[in-house]
Design a protein around this ligand. Structure first.
Ligand SMILES: NC(=O)c1ccc[n+]([C@@H]2O[C@H](COP(=O)([O-])OP(=O)(O)OC[C@H]3O[C@@H](n4cnc5c(N)ncnc54)[C@H](OP(=O)(O)O)[C@@H]3O)[C@@H](O)[C@H]2O)c1
Length: 311
């Protein structure tokens, strides 16, 4: 059987993405194939597409972008007992999610709650698990953190919204940076909003006279030095988006993650999302064939919220 996928054979701008009809990917041992219902665009997808993170001139083979996915199991590989054809799941793919069919390791998937739509389900895995991981590494893991003040830079983004809400749920006082447009959104998450950009340190000190204990940088827009100034020491900050700044300042840059931890974190977050205790980012949908436009809109901040492709 064949199905459609978006792929690129060379690095470059959004124009290198092409829609092709290809043989359905085959699930290996410990894997399932999904009929994709929705696939989210993450900044990593276009960063990889440009080739800036590669050590080669072109991808070794045609590359289907995308990790975040929601879909229905339509084939199972050898040794799979925990999922069956027809199960509705969300998580991360290994074969690329910008496609009608995608393969995923079963340990990278969780069952999709009925109350969560396909579009929202596809938007969750990377944002939620990154927020849980960074807070744990920052010392704000499970437990009561009353008395701790955290600043989240990029609080309206798809990682930031979950970091804010999780830290608030764990008792922390949270300050969140966002553009002027998103100040009310950040307040609705339970944080005190502050506009990002020049003068950040002074604005934060005004709303947090008690001082700031910890900082989570999610935007990669040059605020890391200010955040370290606010918390007083590089080991009290963490970043997911400013690799160079992290090297310069001695701040931890976190990436990757353990699949078992990630499933545990999704299992903790999904009921809160399903019953409305956690708000999700707004979702804007595009047809699969407009993957290039969606990536470009995300890269240039033209559209707020999570951009989701519908095959
Ligand atoms: N290392 C990892 O494991 C990992 C995992 C996930 C993501 N990331 C990286 O984290 C970054 C954010 O990802 P995302 O999916 O959350 O992106 P996103 O949903 O596009 O959100 C970006 C956020 O940045 C904010 N922002 C824009 N300009 C800013 C500035 N000058 N100062 C502070 N904030 C600013 C935006 O706020 P407004 O909309 O209000 O302007 C928005 O809240 C990307 O670089 C991504 O590659 C890394």
């Amino acid at each position: 059987m064949t199905s459609r996928a978006v792929q690129y054979r060379r690095f470059g701008g959004p124009e290198v993405l092409e829609v092709v009809e290809r043989e359905d990917p085959v699930p290996g041992e410990g894997q399932v194939r999904l009929a994709v219902r929705a696939a989210a665009v993450n900044p990593l997808d276009w960063k990889l597409r440009t080739g800036a993170m590669a050590g080669t001139d072109a991808p070794p083979e045609p590359k289907v972008p995308g990790y975040d996915v929601a879909g229905v199991v339509d084939a199972v590989g050898a040794g799979v007992t925990e999922l069956a054809v027809g199960d509705e799941v969300l998580g991360k793919t290994t074969s690329g999610s910008y496609a009608e069919k995608a393969v995923a390791n079963t340990n990278a998937l969780v069952r999709k709650p009925e109350a969560i739509s396909w579009e929202v389900a596809a938007s969750l895995s990377v944002g939620v698990t990154t927020a849980y991981r960074a807070l744990a590494q920052l010392g704000l893991g499970e437990g009561d953190h009353t008395g701790t003040t955290l600043i989240v830079d990029g609080a309206s983004g798809s990682v930031g919204v979950y970091a804010v809400q999780l830290a608030v749920a764990r008792g922390a006082t949270v300050i969140g940076t966002a553009s002027a447009t998103h100040q009310d959104d950040v307040r609705a998450l339970g944080a005190t909003p502050v506009v990002y950009g020049e003068g950040l340190v002074e604005r934060v000190r005004e709303v947090a006279p008690q001082g700031v204990d910890l900082a989570f940088e999610t935007a990669g827009k040059g605020a890391l030095r200010d955040l370290v100034t606010l918390v007083g020491s590089p080991d009290k900050a963490i970043t997911i988006a400013d690799y160079t700044g992290a090297q310069e300042l001695g701040v931890v840059f976190t990436s990757g993650g353990d699949p078992d931890d990630e499933r545990r974190w999704l299992a903790d977050a999904l009921p809160r999302i399903a019953d409305g205790r956690f708000r999700t980012t707004a979702v804007v949908t595009y047809p699969l064939a407009e993957a290039g436009k969606a990536q470009d809109d995300n890269q240039h901040g033209r559209v707020s919220g999570k951009l989701v492709l519908l095959p």
